[in-house]
Design a protein around this ligand. Structure first.
Ligand code: HEM
Length: 130
């Protein structure tokens, strides 16, 4: 997620921007009725999930490798195997992230780029048909 114009990490607003995006994402997942199926896969207290996604996204967007420094290789697909993720779960995750990106008021072309990249990762996380 970086190109000649600087990293997506910087475009999103550095650590403060990534943190705000993650908080918006999990606030929405927590509150919005249609995201309750994926909300239910998460622990009751979302603070650990927030921290991990924040650490991961900093590196994934081209910023500091906080996640890898703490946990080593992300092995993201393996770490999601305990949760049944099909098309519906992928699409809920993407829709929640899309809403979070819009609420952060980022430029439209950046949002489109990020959505494409998130979609690739979310689709790769599917571990059951349907
Ligand atoms: C496709 C739909 C997805 C679902 C339903 C889902 C669900 C979950 C759940 C239930 C957890 C455990 C939370 C916890 O232990 O607190 C988790 C962890 C995590 N997810 Fe996802 N996730 C999805 C996609 C993604 C995507 C696309 C990314 C990254 C772009 C991502 C990044 C992470 C990270 C970094 C963790 C923490 C892993 C760890 O260290 O344990 N997830 N996810």
């Amino acid at each position: 997620m970086s190109d000649q114009g600087g990293s997506a990490f910087e475009a999103v607003g550095g650590e403060a921007g990534v943190r705000a995006l993650v908080d918006t994402f999990y606030d929405l997942m927590d509150m919005v009725e249609r995201y309750q199926p994926i909300r239910a896969l998460h622990p009751p207290d979302l603070s650990g999930s927030r921290d991990k996604l924040f650490w991961f996204l900093c590196g994934w967007l081209g910023g500091p490798a906080h996640y890898v420094e703490r946990f080593g290789h992300p092995r993201l697909r393996a770490r999601h195997l305990p949760y049944a993720i099909g098309i519906a779960e992928r699409d809920q995750w993407m829709s929640c992230m899309g809403e979070a990106l819009s609420r952060r008021g980022l430029p439209a072309d950046l949002i489109e780029r990020l959505k494409e990249a998130f979609h690739g990762t979310a689709d790769w996380m599917r571990n059951r048909s349907g």
